[in-house]
Design a protein around this ligand. Structure first.
Ligand code: GCB
Length: 621
């Protein structure tokens, strides 16, 4: 499971001359050996379904803009970290400048920006420290589970480095078995939300760069051989067959795995191969399929040796047929809305069950059966809520705008985040689409980069559809969808802003569409800004009336596109963005929400709600 990136690298260097290939491999091996003093974190499926020791709560914090805690005065990385002096042994003589005992606290999980006024705009490193008591049991492994840390993070337990991670929106797990001991322990984390040219995402985005340990942190204790990943889904053959695989980390070849769904009296056993993986196949004749109308979830038990986990999984199929999207074999229209992981009412990162229920509750009220969770993987609580509430999900990799598409290191980062996203979320019935990218420039290196990602996503998960939100070009009053990336997709997503960034809302009335792909189309964004409570004429920008007018003109235009199979207008709720400085109107919020960040519904909400409830959308004329 762990060495996928090296395998992919080996596959790609097979295409270049042997001497260059060897040189590349040597450089990669040396640099990865230098960079990874601690083992790389691993992905654990269903981590939130395991008993855990929560490390959430108050953590001591030290803001370190020059990162002097990690780098010496000549900017060399300090091997063991300065905090060996923290809780120093008697006799240690060096001064303790980073004293967590006197440092102010930050809450975990949460971004730091909305917790302390001085950190609202902060982009840089912050140190975190937390004490915990623990009693490890024998013959177990212990993992430090981090729901997300934006953007780079480093972890030490009892002064020993345990892992490093890059990527702000995926969960990861660091093996701390060797360093956690009985009694008092402490964990130190450095989290740095500096934006990087070669990051994923990169320097420019349109959302707040919330930093910190933004999602839950816990300790997971598992047997020495344990189920780290599994994929259990309904086969597309239509014969009520549940199939997939279970991977057991640390298992001997031939070790037994069992999967059971008690409610269906379905049970199967299999043996793991030399890679620790067992194929699963079992009949489930009386299975009730998961759908937005009836989001049935089953308790699924997975057992392997000493390990057992019980997940809640729904079973459905999704596929395309020509320009149709079929859910459980039947054509479906995706009545959607796009959502950022912005917390309703309090702002900051959404990361609780309550946040998820509020956001998705609004989506249901709007009449949706579909949500686009933009522009990065959202918290597990959002996916669990979508499974429960019956909302289909578009899940997105943060390949946003103009990454360094010709940089192999950037591709490796995007691949790692994709692996983590799919590895963590692959058993959610709600997710039907993996989105590879948003509004990327139409260049050859971009197309190669994202096609590679799409192939990887398909090889990791052949049961879902691949999409991306593309840009559209115009010839006169015709909008043309011919971006070369469309070839690599199962479902074409397009963003357009007629009536906001271009022309007037009524331009939609005379706009025609030419789609060069005979594939299902989702209009993944359209909309405009309105400040809740600001009223005026339909021609006055920033008013609720103007925004409503955009929706009034968009819906009939979209209905004329024969292959339109869904839409996710931009966006459910206003969200913070430093790109939106207009004083008195935006005040650093993107105001394209149908609902304000304080929960006020704008007029456009009711226009879309009517169209969704009366089913007047998705019926081409
Ligand atoms: C877009 C982006 C989205 C922005 C939105 C806007 O095209 O995909 O991230 O927030 O437009 O409001 O401009």
């Amino acid at each position: 499971m762990k060495h996928l990136s090296l395998r992919v690298l080996a596959r790609s260097i097979a295409l270049i001359p042997i001497r260059t290939a060897l040189a590349v491999l040597v450089v990669v091996l040396i640099s990865s050996a230098i960079a990874s003093a601690a083992p790389a974190p691993i992905v654990i499926t269903g981590a939130d379904r395991r008993p855990a020791t929560s490390l959430n709560g108050d953590w001591a914090s030290i803001v370190d803009p020059y990162f002097s805690g990690l780098f010496s005065f000549h900017h060399e990385e300090k091997k063991d970290g300065w905090f060996r002096n923290y809780k120093a042994k008697p006799g240690d003589s060096s001064p303790t400048e980073y004293d967590f005992a006197t440092a102010p606290k930050l809450k975990v999980p949460s971004d730091w920006n909305t917790q302390r006024d001085s950190l609202l705009y902060y982009e840089g490193p912050v140190w975190y420290e937390h004490d915990f008591n623990y009693q490890p049991r024998q013959h177990t492994r212990i993992y430090l589970h981090i729901g997300a840390a934006n953007y780079r993070s480093w972890f030490w337990v009892n002064g020993e480095k345990v892992c490093e991670h890059e990527g702000g929106y995926t969960s990861f797990n660091c093996d701390v078995t060797a360093v956690v001991h009985a009694g008092a322990n402490f964990v130190v984390a450095a989290v740095d939300n500096t934006r990087h040219e070669d990051g994923v995402p990169t320097l420019e985005t349109d959302w707040w760069n919330y930093g910190g340990l933004t999602r839950t942190v816990s300790l997971l204790e598992v047997p020495e051989a344990f189920v780290d990943q599994y994929d259990i889904h309904l086969s597309r053959t239509g014969n009520d067959v549940i199939e997939g695989w279970v991977h057991v980390e640390g298992a001997q070849s031939g070790a037994k795995v069992e999967v059971e769904i008690p409610e269906l009296s379905a049970k199967t056993a299999a043996q793991v191969d030399k890679d620790g993986r067992a194929a699963i196949h079992m009949a489930a004749p009386s299975l009730e399929r998961w759908s937005p109308e009836s989001p049935k979830l089953y308790k699924v038990q997975v057992r392997a040796g000493q390990d057992a986990i019980e997940d809640l999984i729904g079973f459905r199929t999704v596929e395309t047929r020509g320009t149709e999207i079929l859910l459980n074999g039947k054509p479906i229209f995706l009545r959607g809305i796009a959502i950022h992981a912005e917390a309703p009412y309090r702002t900051g990162r959404a990361n609780t069950d309550k946040d998820a229920e509020t956001l998705l509750g609004w989506a249901k009220e709007l009449g949706c059966n579909f949500v686009r969770l933009a522009h990065y993987p959202h918290d597990e609580s959002m996916l669990r809520a979508a499974d429960r509430m019956g909302l289909l999900v578009w899940s997105e990799n943060p390949v946003y705008w103009a990454l360094q598409f010709d940089n192999p290191k950037v591709l490796a980062k995007a691949e790692q985040q994709l692996d983590e996203e799919i590895g963590t979320s692959r058993n959610h019935a709600a997710i039907i689409l993996w989105s590879m990218a948003n509004e990327t420039p139409n260049t050859a290196p971009r197309t190669r980069f994202i096609t590679t990602l799409a192939e990887r996503a398909r090889s990791l998960d052949s049961t879902r559809l691949i999409t991306a939100a593309l840009l559209v070009r115009a010839e006169g009053t015709t909008k043309i969808v011919d971006d070369a990336l469309g070839k690599a997709l199962d479902v074409v997503g397009v963003n357009e802003y007629i009536g906001w960034y271009e022309q007037k809302p009524e331009t939609a009335d005379i706009t025609a569409w030419r789609i060069d792909y005979q594939k299902p189309l989702i209009v993944s964004e359209f909309g405009g800004d309105a400040k809740a409570g600001l009223h005026g004429d339909a021609s006055d920008r920033w008013t609720e009336e103007y925004q409503a007018d955009i929706f009034r003109h968009q819906l009939p235009m979209l209905n004329k596109i024969p292959q339109l199979r869904g839409m996710s207008p931009w966006v459910l709720m206003d969200f913070r963005s430093p790109n939106r400085p207009l004083v008195g109107i935006q005040d650093e919020f993107n105001r394209k929400g149908l609902i304000s960040d304080q929960g006020q519904k704008k007029q456009a909400f009711f226009i879309l709600q009517k169209a969704y409830n009366e089913n007047t959308i998705g019926k081409p004329e």
